[in-house]
Design a protein around this ligand. Sequence first.
Ligand code: BMA
Length: 323
Amino acid sequence: MPGNQHEELIVRHGGNPILTAAQWPYPVNTVFNAGATRLPDGTTLLLCRVEERSGISHLCAARSADGVSGWVIDPQPTLAPDPERYPEELWGIEDPRITWAPELNHYVVAYTSYSRGGPGVSLALTQDFRTFERYGVVMPPEDKDAALLPRRIGGHWALVHRPVTTWRGAHIWISYSPDLRHWGSHHLILAAREGAWWDANKIGLSPPPIETPEGWLLLYHGVRQTAAGCLYRLGLALFDLEVPERCLLRGDGWIFAPEESYERHGDVANVVFPCGYTVGPDGDRLHLYYGCADTCIGLATASIGHLLDWLRRNGKPDCASRR
Ligand code: BMA
């Protein structure tokens, strides 16, 4: 392919952005970084991060029959910070990732709870996105970008997350738990690269891992720091289904990056940040919901088969790409 032509694996919806603050039934600053799921009746539910004009975020559900338009937005916050009972939510709750866990007959929402301690990972369980049972902080600060795998692995629940240390960058880890409350067996599963790489120094899980016959497909974001600010882009990696700490393949180049004006301009420029997806009835069509420049919500589609095919052609075992 000549010049700047690249395989377009992730295709933006022509009507983007599909959700903006202007559609909200109450005054807000911005809406972005939404978790997503398809409810049993086929409705697409987005659990949106809503930033108020205080800077504090809460979560608000938006429902649509076709996942594109006709959004019915809750008339008030669906899950608001509750710092009286959960002090870790003092400065708000952000960036939810939703996992349907059949064994629990509940959705498990992993979100960032933000307070004086820094951002940490909290869990809440729900069946209807109207009432929630909070489990509190499961990964203390600084940690975020977490999602639960939908089933136990070797008898334990698995949480992918992104702790930050002062030691050379922020990498993706996995931890295991018998009960969603007590976590251990921590493993680093994907490290940020170094130097000029697009995913140098800081990476994190984007939406929840996608289960495929070939492994857990992980869309992850890389944060490139430049003189003009940060650039958030997306890459792909594949992990073993039964030993998810084993990385099978990792792509070198990014596959999605801010290009459109609504991704390049906003409260935080140059950010594409998917926190959720739904899968079409064919089991292959991915509807990816992503925050654009921390200001609005976009939709893009991809084929899981094409993503896997790209990884087969462009990916390497991770040990080879660690440079
Ligand atoms: C990350 C998260 C996201 C946000 C992004 C860009 O650290 O906090 O919520 O979209 O920064 O500001």
